[in-house]
Design a protein around this ligand. Structure first.
Ligand code: RBF
Length: 338
């Protein structure tokens, strides 16, 4: 009797001790990992006007919304690229986030350097490629394929008798910046696609110099249209809207990139190629939350993984593009999907 009485007292004391310890455990962050999973989304630029960043934020938020213990915090890095590294380093130094997520082909290198300083910090870089750092997972899209689809379609249109198509076989690409993915994948993909569709085609390539200056985008596009380009592909973030304005004012067609754009300017935006950045980000973040993401690995996804596609199921596409062009494009897509 006496013995079990003592053990009851001991048990009560132990419970009191544990209760008293909880605040100090929380303060030390000792049980934060099991109670909360915190994600910082670092947008290298501004979100508005760049579908690739809008989809990144949406994908992370959708994953976070599915778990009670997950919080996502979206941080815009701004347009001064020289500040990005310090800003991400500051987030890592806080040690308050289990994961930092970002996106673009320049980020793996930046994040790799920061990772040497903060080896505990985990990173996900979408639309980028780096293998072998056990703190970093990357997933890039097959940009050659995305641009090839846009180029093939542009080739069919510039060679056609569509209303805005002139007699010259000349198309244009407006880039925000020059970077390895642009020079080695997007421009070659666009050029090769056009050549496969219509033979000898001239590609007018211009660079805005940033990802936001719509008036510069408009100026460049106006010059290109005056010089005979009748189908333009803007890959320039917020500056895309300037290219679109010029096409509306001076008469040319636009192909939208990364997401469907038809409803922005029906009859002017007559084609769209898309990447599944929202879906891919969502699945990647769910894997990270579940502890299943293979950090250190670098993946690539393209047409056969359904991560890259031509958006051909929008009624505005069928309405404004003649059947002959649509079926020629469809035939090529079928070949590429095999
Ligand atoms: N694409 C955008 O749409 N908006 C941007 O602000 C943007 N900033 C970029 C900054 C750098 C340094 C690099 C290398 C690429 C950037 N991109 C941006 C391009 C983006 O990563 C991707 O290549 C294109 O969106 C085509 O999918």
């Amino acid at each position: 009797m006496k013995f079990s009485g003592t053990s009851a007292v001991l048990r009560i004391i132990m419970v009191i001790v544990v209760i008293l310890m909880v605040p100090s455990l929380l303060a030390a962050g000792g049980i934060r990992e099991t109670s909360e999973y915190r994600i910082a989304v670092f947008i290298p630029g501004v979100t508005a006007g760049s579908p690739i960043y809008e989809m990144l934020a949406q994908g992370v938020q959708r994953a976070a919304d599915e778990y009670d213990h997950v919080r996502a915090n979206i941080i815009e890095g701004g347009t001064n690229q020289g500040e990005w590294a310090d800003k991400i380093a500051a987030i890592a130094a806080q040690g308050a986030h289990d994961l930092i997520v970002t996106s673009n082909p320049a980020m793996p290198e930046i994040v790799n350097e920061i990772s040497q300083q903060f080896p505990q910090q985990k990173f996900v870089v979408m639309d980028g490629f780096l293998e072998g750092n056990p703190s970093i997972y990357t997933l890039r899209y097959n940009q050659y394929q995305q641009a090839y689809l846009a180029g093939y379609f542009a080739g069919l249109v510039t060679a056609s008798s569509m209303e805005q198509a002139n007699s010259r076989l000349k198309i244009g690409l407006v880039a925000g910046q020059e970077y390895p993915d642009m020079n080695r994948s997007i421009l070659p993909g666009f050029t090769d696609g056009a050549a496969d569709a219509a033979g000898e085609i001239e590609v007018d390539f211009r660079v805005v110099g940033n990802w936001y200056d719509a008036s510069r985008g408009k100026e460049l596009a106006r010059d290109m249209i005056n010089a005979g380009a009748d189908v333009l592909l803007p890959v320039a973030g917020g500056a895309n809207y300037g290219v679109l304005e010029a096409a509306i004012e001076y008469g040319a067609y636009v192909i939208w990139y990364d997401t469907s754009g038809y409803s922005k300017a029906p009859g002017v935006i007559i084609g769209s190629t898309a990447i599944a950045q929202d879906e891919s980000t969502y699945h990647t973040i769910v894997r990270a939350i579940e502890g299943d993401l293979p950090f250190g690995q670098a993946d690539q996804a393209g047409i056969s993984e359904h991560a890259v596609r031509f958006v051909d199921d929008d009624p505005l596409f069928s309405e404004h593009v003649p059947e002959q062009i649509r079926s020629a494009l469809q035939e090529r897509i079928t070949q590429l999907s095999q």
